[in-house]
Design a protein around this ligand. Structure first.
Ligand code: GTR
Length: 407
C-alpha cells in the first residue's frame, strides 16, 4: 500500500517533470529569455502618429555623437527584438562544415560546392549551403541569399563573372515555415523566444560564421539578400550582424523595408500579416497586440534600417507589388536617411524600384551587384542606374524631427 502510494507520487513527479520539460521546449510566450526585462505593454505606450525619432534615447535625451548612437542602437535592437521578432541565441562556438559535393562549372570558370553545416547542443541544427566560387585566388566578395533551397540564384554565372561568390542557404532547414510548429532551431534552443523570421536570420549569421573561416572569402565585403519573407529575414540579419557589409531586402514589404504607419493602397498591414491563420508565427506573439494600433509602436521599420548604418543597404522593390507597400518603403527610407547622414554614410543607403510585380528578377540581381560594385569598389554602374529613387514625390514628410547637430 505504502509502496503503491510512493510509486504514484514518483510517477506524478515524473509527469510534472515531463510537462515542465515540454513547456520549456515549446517556448512559452510571456516568458522572457534570461536577462530580458519587460517593456511597457501596448496600452502603456504613447501614441506617435509620425515615424518615431530614432535619436531619442530611452532616458529622453537626444543622441549627440557616435558614442551615444552606439548606445541608442542597442536600445533599438532590444526594443525590436522584444516587441517584434523575439530573441536569438548567441553564435554556436564550433560549427562543423562537411563538403557534400564539389564540381567545376562555367567551363572551368568556377567551383560549385554543396556544404552541410551542423551545430546546436546535439549538432541537431543543420544548414545546407550552396556556394559558387570564381576561379582564382581571391579573396572574393560574397552575395549570400536565404531561400527555401540552394543554388537558386538565377544569374549566378554572370555574378560570378563579375568577381563575386554566389552563396545561398536553405532557411527552411532551420524552421519549416509552418504555423504551430517547433522547428529544429527552436527545439535546440528552448530558452529563446525567437519567432520564425529571427530563426531564419540567425541561420544566415551562422553561415557567415562559417564564411569567416574561409580564406577565399573577403570578410569585409559580405552582402546578404533574400526575397519577400526572405527579404524580411535579410533586413533583420543585416540590422543585427555588423559583419554584413551590404544588406539587400528584395520585395520585403510588411515586417521588412516597408513601414507600418504609412500604407499605400492594397498593402499588407500589421493586422493582416500577424493574423493567426496567416503569419503570426513569423513574429513574437506580442507583436499581434499592435494590430490596428500601429501608432502605439515605439518604432517603425526605419529603425531597423537605421541599425544597418553606417554599413550599406539598398531595398529593391517593384512598383506594381502593392502588397509589399512601395509607398511605405519610400517613407521608411526617408526615416532612416537622417541616421545614415548623421553617421556620414548618406551614400550607403539606396532605394530602387522597377516596374512589374512581386519577384526577385534578373534585373533586381543586376541592381544588387551594381550597388555592391559601387559601395565595395567605388565602381559606378555601366548601366547608369541610380540608387535613390523616390517614386512618390508628393508623399508627406513622414516626421518632424531632424538630424542632431554639433556632433
Ligand atoms: C505573402 C506575405 C508577404 C510575403 C510573401 C512571400 O503572402 O503576405 O508578407 O512575405 O508572402 O514571402 O512570398
Amino acid at each position: 500500500m505504502v509502496r503503491q502510494y510512493r510509486n504514484t507520487i514518483i510517477n506524478q513527479i515524473r509527469g510534472l517533470g515531463l510537462i515542465l520539460l515540454l513547456l520549456g521546449m515549446f517556448a512559452c510566450p510571456g516568458t522572457n529569455p534570461a536577462g530580458v526585462v519587460d517593456m511597457p505593454g501596448v496600452d502603456k505606450l504613447p501614441d506617435i502618429k509620425e515615424l518615431p525619432d530614432p535619436f531619442v534615447m530611452n532616458d529622453g535625451t537626444r543622441v549627440k555623437n557616435k558614442t551615444d548612437w552606439a548606445k541608442r542602437r542597442e536600445e533599438i535592437k532590444a526594443m525590436m527584438l522584444y516587441y517584434q521578432y523575439g530573441h536569438i541565441p548567441p553564435a554556436h562556438k564550433n560549427i562543423i562544415a562537411k563538403e557534400l559535393s564539389s564540381e567545376t562549372v562555367y567551363d572551368g570558370g568556377a567551383t560549385k560546392k554543396h556544404i552541410l553545416l551542423s551545430m546546436g547542443p546535439e549538432r541537431e541544427v543543420k544548414i545546407n549551403v550552396g556556394m559558387v566560387i570564381p576561379k582564382g585566388e581571391g579573396p572574393f566578395p560574397v552575395i549570400l541569399k536565404n531561400d527555401r533551397g540552394i543554388f537558386n540564384v538565377p544569374i549566378a554565372d554572370e555574378i560570378v563573372r563579375r568577381g563575386y561568390i554566389v552563396a545561398d542557404y536553405a532557411r527552411t532547414d532551420l524552421d519549416p515555415d509552418q504555423k504551430n510548429t517547433v522547428g529544429p532551431a527552436q527545439a535546440a534552443y528552448p530558452d529563446y523566444d525567437w519567432a520564425t523570421l529571427a530563426v531564419w536570420a540567425w541561420g544566415g549569421m551562422r553561415v557567415i560564421d562559417y564564411f569567416m573561416t574561409l580564406d577565399v572569402v573577403d570578410k569585409e565585403r559580405i552582402a546578404f539578400t533574400g526575397h519577400s519573407r526572405g527579404g524580411k529575414t535579410a533586413l533583420l540579419a543585416g540590422a543585427l550582424d555588423e559583419r554584413i557589409a551590404l544588406v539587400v531586402p528584395n520585395g520585403s514589404g510588411c515586417g521588412g523595408a516597408g513601414c507600418y504607419r504609412f500604407q499605400g493602397e492594397k498593402s499588407e498591414t500589421l493586422e493582416r500579416i500577424t493574423a493567426p491563420e496567416r503569419f503570426e508565427y513569423w513574429f513574437h506573439p506580442r507583436f499581434r497586440d499592435f494590430a490596428d494600433k500601429e501608432t502605439k509602436l515605439p518604432f517603425d521599420q526605419h529603425f531597423l534600417k537605421a541599425m544597418v548604418a553606417p554599413r550599406a543597404m539598398i531595398s529593391i522593390d517593384a512598383l506594381g507589388d502593392l502588397w509589399a507597400n512601395p509607398y511605405g518603403t519610400q517613407q521608411s527610407h526617408r526615416g532612416a536617411q537622417p541616421v545614415f547622414e548623421f553617421l556620414g554614410a548618406d551614400d550607403k543607403l539606396g532605394i530602387y524600384f522597377r516596374a512589374g510585380g512581386h519577384a526577385q528578377k534578373e534585373d533586381d540581381w543586376r541592381t544588387l551587384v551594381d550597388f555592391a560594385d559601387k559601395v565595395f569598389f567605388e565602381k559606378m554602374p555601366a548601366s547608369g542606374r541610380l540608387f535613390c529613387q523616390l517614386p512618390f514625390p508628393n508623399a508627406p514628410q513622414p516626421f518632424s524631427w531632424s538630424v542632431p547637430r554639433g556632433k
